[in-house]
Design a protein around this ligand. Sequence first.
Ligand code: TPP
Ligand code: MG
Length: 555
Amino acid sequence: MMSETISGGHLVAKALKAEGVDVIYTLCGGHIIDIYDGCVDEGIEVIDVRHEQVAAHAADGYARITGKPGCAVVTAGPGTTDAVTGVANAFRAESPMLLIGGQGALSQHKMGSLQDLPHVDMMTPITKFAATVPSTERVADLVSMAFRECYHGAPGPSFLEIPRDVLDAKIPLEKARIPKNYRASTKQAGDPEAIERLADMLAHAEKPCILLGSQVWTCRATDAAIDFVRALNVPAYMNGSARGTLPPGDPHHFQLSRRYAFTEADLIIIVGTPFDFRMGYGKRLSPTATVVQIDLDYRTVGKNRDIDLGIVGDAGLILAAAAQAASGRIDNAAARRKEWIEELRAVETQAYDKRLPRQLSDAQPIDPYRLVHEINEFLTEDSTYIGDGGDIVTFSGQVVQPKSPGHWMDPGPLGTLGVGMAFAMAAKQARRDKEVLCLFGDGAFSLTGWDFETMVRFDLPFIGVIGNNSSMNQIRYGQAAKYGEERARVGNTLGDIRYGDFAKLLGGHGEEVRDPAEIRPALERARESGKPSLINVWVDPDVYAPGTMNQTMYK
Ligand SMILES: Cc1ncc(C[n+]2csc(CCOP(=O)(O)OP(=O)(O)O)c2C)c(N)n1
Ligand SMILES: [Mg+2]
């Protein structure tokens, strides 16, 4: 009797299934078609996009939304190089995803086969694990290994290349290793002694504050973070994916007074975010404050700035344990902090009031503040907000507040333009019942905008808004400041494009908006349309966000 056989592509699909992956993002190529065939058998959806960068960003986005690793499958050579940016973005953003790339047949190794490149060498510095699958027997084994490696310390991407003959060959089923149970919990609770010290610090602090960084969402530590700030009466700031941990209006939700808090606080707790450019490399924290840093990755703790206490581990377990340890004390100091909270609230309100007239401006062309204000008002608890652009997204970072945890997406510290369409794709697909709104700069949109067609083809309605200034404004500002207005227009000027028409061309809903009073009705029509949409909002090209004018990102 002939034994049952299985091919490499079908083994990939079995391994994806074992990991709980229910969709791959891909752009086809002859090197990888057997994986598609395997996905048909395993019931894994195949979403084919128009550019491999989008496939990789979508895998990153899928991981962020679902808490499961994402997977992108691309062909050898240019397919893999096109995906590099997406992998790099996931690497800096600590997002667990697997990129599978095709490769020429092993039998033609180094002979100059079609699309041959040293993929593993290229991917090694931007992944946690990169390897070639050497034989069909090992295909599923290496896929599971690559997934496991995504969760070493802070999560991140892995890469596997599978040579064409390895993928296509059929082997007897019993020769293949197909791991099913191969993952341990990687949650670390933190050193109990360090947690006791943190509880002590909290009990003595008069003016503490906490910054909840992206890992709070990665660790799904939302509840623990909320319990912590309430039990100890600690004002909270949120960044990256952790935005929305507390809803706007919550007594412990602060945003606009962050610089003041970092200058005045006596205890600053930094959770799950590095001292990178977004934090002024730690320079913006008071030199006299006691600084505590909690992170999944020991390499992040104490990097760029000295700390008083570092704890490596899971944000949720550590915050819960610290709150518990502090609550056992006679006085956890919560009551004494009333004045400090009021002081910060006053700073917060003053900053808000100062900006409000701009947010309500009737100016034409439209003030970008008005656009982001309208978006913020329009978002519901079920709206995922995505920002993809330069200056316009800097405006939105100040004004747009997600109403729920896990409903904010930005590229992360790589600052990659072009993530928006892919994130919208992943977010909508992962949470079909929820709304997605993506704000694009016109420059950012152009990088990956053709994948609007993929949104139409797979019936993934979303509300796309373009803050159109016919420019790469964030860069233009720096050029004008450095070289003067007459030399400021080099390399940053875009056409006056009616992106609403582009949306219609591809089968979506589209509109042009030039009157600020029309923003809200246009957003509502996009919501009602039930289609992928683009509302092209013509904003004033000659105003810039404060962050752009300070050039804070380079300081
Ligand atoms: C892939 C990529 N290329 C280039 C840049 C550099 N960059 C940062 S902001 C910016 C301008 C973006 O223009 P747009 O999206 O229209 O937003 P605007 O600043 O005009 O609001 C550029 C080119 C980048 N961050 N990512
Ligand atoms: Mg622009």
